[in-house]
Write a protein that binds this ligand. Structure first.
Ligand code: A5P
Length: 224
């Protein structure tokens, strides 16, 4: 079984939770892609849903597979959000943002009654932090935020993609921050949110109802 097979298994289990009439959050990343494709198959078979995509790439994919798209203005509360994650700890706290979509992902998760995370087993960790925490910042504040991160005892790099500075869907920058293993993710999340110019960070605390894990051909579920 490859990681992709396990991602697909987790996505399939999450998509089975979807019923007629639901408004869904559509996540971003390679695992969420499987979920959106599977949802598209069910839509072709007659399932009636609406989706709020968490990125421009997901919006493009969702449209291509026939999922009706709505905005949060049209549909401010969603029934279920299905998304991936970069790390998951035993308390179901997450690091997200490896794909750069953490801001819209967190907004959509917050707007959702249930958040279901789909991962392969490699994403499970005892403590968050080996994956560097992505922080979305407005460009004007980038230098001073990097200095603040250093003063907090961490290092950061401005994310690049294909040799160019990466810009988010909201035209912001991402700082990938190495805090080491994070003893208290809740406290770090609070501190980061207080820094002016930080638009959002990739620590998702107390947002998740369940994590569905594809693991060597089997599906496991973690709930709180
Ligand atoms: C996108 O910004 C991220 O939060 C993704 O959800 C996360 O990086 C997981 O992506 P994969 O499913 O590709 O690992």
């Amino acid at each position: 079984m490859s990681a992709d097979d396990d991602k697909m298994l987790a996505a399939r289990a999450a998509v089975e939770l979807v019923t007629d009439g639901m408004a869904l959050g559509l996540g971003t990343g390679s695992t969420a892609v499987f979920a959106v494709q599977l949802l598209g198959e069910r839509v072709r078979d007659g399932l009636k849903i609406q989706g709020v995509p968490t990125s421009e790439s997901t919006e493009k994919l969702a449209k291509s597979v026939g999922i009706p798209i709505v905005t949060l203005a049209q549909c401010p509360r969603l029934d279920l959000d299905i998304d991936g994650a970069d790390e998951v700890d035993p308390n179901l706290c997450l690091i997200k943002g490896g794909g750069g979509a953490l801001l819209r992902e967190k907004i959509v998760a917050f707007a959702s009654r249930r958040v279901v995370i789909i991962v392969d087993e490699k994403k499970l960790v005892d403590k968050l932090g080996r994956f560097h925490v992505p922080i979305e910042v407005i460009p004007f504040a980038c230098g001073s935020i990097q200095k603040t991160i250093i003063e907090m005892g961490a290092n950061s790099t401005v994310r690049e993609r294909d040799g160019r500075v990466f810009q988010t869907d909201e035209n912001n920058l991402i700082l990938d921050c190495d805090f080491g293993l994070i003893a208290d993710p809740r406290s770090l999340a609070r501190k980061l949110s207080l820094i002016p110019g930080v638009v959002e960070h990739g620590l998702f605390i107390d947002m998740v109802e369940r994590v569905i894990i594809g693991s060597n051909g089997n599906v496991k579920t973690l709930t709180k």
